[in-house]
Design a protein around this ligand. Structure first.
Ligand code: LMR
Length: 251
């Protein structure tokens, strides 16, 4: 062993063998879904079925939000210059942070502070508002009733993940409404944050879930920009229209 010897607990590589967190990749393939393997690589163990399902729902919830978000506009703008996919994707991801898709980490810290610190929710909200501090994970510039939040919380209940963090998220929304007289419901970041707390993920990994979820969406926008649009066009952030397939009902 050299003096720069170091260790990793993630993946063992040997000629003709790849072992992720103790599981051979060729045995995981076809047996476990991508969301389950995401859980495995981040947490070090395979999830049970209900955990895999909720991770899957989190990832599906944030796959895309049309051409409206800053990350999509950034990725499309970079793609429109003729830059390659990896550059445009990196640019899109760089636009994800605390006001867009990246409120998950801070919302997790807040829910942990409330639950683990045994805080009185109303007092906690009053304090935040009095000190003009951001309460992460509430309100949406576009949706009054974000369908993603409703479905995530419904699934959390069905699968047994609607514990004290999900309760805290809902109580914060009610307290904001009572104190401000204005409805600022839990948004998708807030819902994901509460569920990731239930799953005992550390806040430092919170935003990673939005980034992983949004990557396919950004790639689709980049590809469309590269293949359907004129280079260097003026990308209007508001004046755009959906012309894809009509809505299909999956119920
Ligand atoms: C998204 O999923 O990108 C949106 O919720 C962001 C936004 O504010 O439109």
């Amino acid at each position: 062993m050299g003096e720069n010897h170091w260790t990793t607990e993630i993946t063992k590589i040997e000629p003709n063998k790849i072992v992720v967190r103790g599981y051979r990749i060729d045995q995981l393939m076809g047996k476990y879904s991508f969301p389950q393997v995401i859980y495995l690589i981040l947490k070090g163990e395979l999830p049970d079925e209900r955990t895999g399902k909720i991770i899957d729902a989190i990832l599906v919830s944030s796959v895309d939000h049309g051409a409206t978000p800053p990350s999509t506009l950034a990725a499309r703008t970079i793609a429109s210059t003729g830059s390659p996919l990896n550059a445009a994707l990196a640019g899109g991801i760089l636009a994800i942070y605390k006001y867009h898709g990246g409120a998950i980490e801070n919302a997790m810290r807040q829910f942990k502070e409330i639950v683990e610190g045994g805080k009185d929710v109303r007092q906690w909200v009053e304090e935040k508002l009095k000190n003009k501090q951001i309460i992460y994970g509430f309100g949406h510039r576009y949706h009054k009733n974000d369908p993603r939040t409703a479905r995530l919380f419904q699934m959390a209940e069905e699968l047994g993940f609607a514990g004290e963090y999900v309760r805290a998220a809902r109580e914060v929304a009610s307290a904001i409404e009572e104190i401000k007289g204005k409805r600022l419901p839990v948004n998708v970041d807030g819902a994901i944050a509460a569920i990731l707390c239930e799953l005992e993920f550390p806040p430092e990994l919170g935003n990673a879930f939005f980034i992983m979820a949004r990557t396919p969406g950004l790639i689709a926008h980049i590809y469309e920009e590269q293949t359907r649009m004129k280079p260097m066009r003026k990308i209007d952030p508001v004046d755009h229209e959906y012309v894809g397939p009509p809505e299909k009902d999956l119920t």
